[in-house]
Write a protein that binds this ligand. Structure first.
Ligand SMILES: Cc1cc2nc3c(=O)[nH]c(=O)nc-3n(C[C@H](O)[C@H](O)[C@H](O)COP(=O)(O)OP(=O)(O)OC[C@H]3O[C@@H](n4cnc5c(N)ncnc54)[C@H](O)[C@@H]3O)c2cc1C
Length: 252
């Protein structure tokens, strides 16, 4: 591959293996999260003493209590849980993700390590054409020619950008300067830790669902991350998840 970075000044020849991905990684790394966490936290208000064993005493009543808390938006009992997710996604997804201030984040550094050549390339299922107006966009499938254009444009520009990045590193330029040329389609990785209440707010905004009382229309790529997080959370806290859905996916 030959890349001209600035006409007449530098020609870079690099043979680099570039990885293109269309998927997102979401792994639940650790957790202390269960429906029981909601129950004991809520029941202290009426019982006072230790309420840790409460969920098994009357499971049906526990489900009812969780539903009541969700419906009436008593949110704090949902904060007594933690989940840590390891996420690999393009930088443009992280930029949206990190607007959620109730999560804690740690992300790989582009200053302390050389960034890997892994880039996002929209997959064949990604709808490409946007119609409508802000707040009410509709996305429709692209034609084969549009898919080909996107694939070629993404691959060519990512290869060029990464070759320029490497050329600068090899010339002794600092990583924090060289990364200037890398696009937001570059994959990054992070740990994101949240409680169930914060997660519900995230899901209410980042998953488009027919069951939502207040529908949101997120970018598909962050929705792909959110869907995986929701599936993993639903296994940990099935009663809470069911109540969230039943009450219109509104964060309490
Ligand atoms: C479809 C969509 C489109 C978007 N488009 C844009 C855009 O064009 N431009 C843009 O800048 N952003 C945009 N955003 C981001 C959006 O404005 C929010 O920053 C993001 O969704 C995080 O929401 P949040 O503040 O509820 O979450 P969090 O930061 O996790 O906060 C959770 C909740 O805590 C409370 N809270 C947190 N911080 C404060 C505070 N300082 N004061 C009072 N209450 C607080 C609020 O109740 C909040 O809902 C978009 C988001 C979505 C889902």
């Amino acid at each position: 591959m030959e890349v001209t970075v600035a006409a007449g000044r530098m020609t870079i020849v690099q043979d680099v293996d570039i990885t293109f991905r269309s998927d997102m990684t979401v792994e639940l790394i650790k957790h202390a999260a269960s429906d029981a966490d909601v129950i004991w936290a809520a029941r202290v208000s009426t019982k006072g003493e230790q309420t840790l064993a409460e969920i098994d005493v009357d499971p049906e009543r526990s489900a009812g209590l969780i539903n009541f808390l969700m419906r009436d938006r008593h949110g704090t009992p949902f904060e007594h849980s933690t989940m840590t997710f390891y996420v690999q996604a393009p930088i443009f997804v992280f930029r949206e993700f990190m607007r959620h201030r109730t999560f804690s984040y740690n992300e790989e550094s582009g200053r302390y390590r050389k960034l890997n050549p892994v880039f996002y390339r929209p997959g064949p299922d990604r709808k490409l054409v946007q119609t409508g107006k802000p707040g009410a966009y509709v996305f429709e499938p692209g034609t084969p020619a549009q898919h080909e254009l996107v694939t070629e444009a993404v691959e060519d520009s990512c290869r060029q950008a990464y070759a320029a990045y490497l050329a600068m590193l090899e010339a002794g330029i600092a990583r924090e300067v060289a990364r200037t040329v890398l696009p937001v389609g570059l994959y990054s990785s992070m740990y994101a830790t949240c409680n169930a209440r914060a997660l519900m707010n995230f899901l209410s905004l980042r998953v488009c669902s027919d069951e939502a009382a207040f529908p949101s229309f997120p970018q598909r790529e962050i929705e792909m991350v959110a869907e995986q997080m929701e599936a993993q959370w639903a296994r940990l806290m099935p009663l809470t998840h069911a109540a969230f859905v039943r009450n219109g996916r509104v964060a309490p």
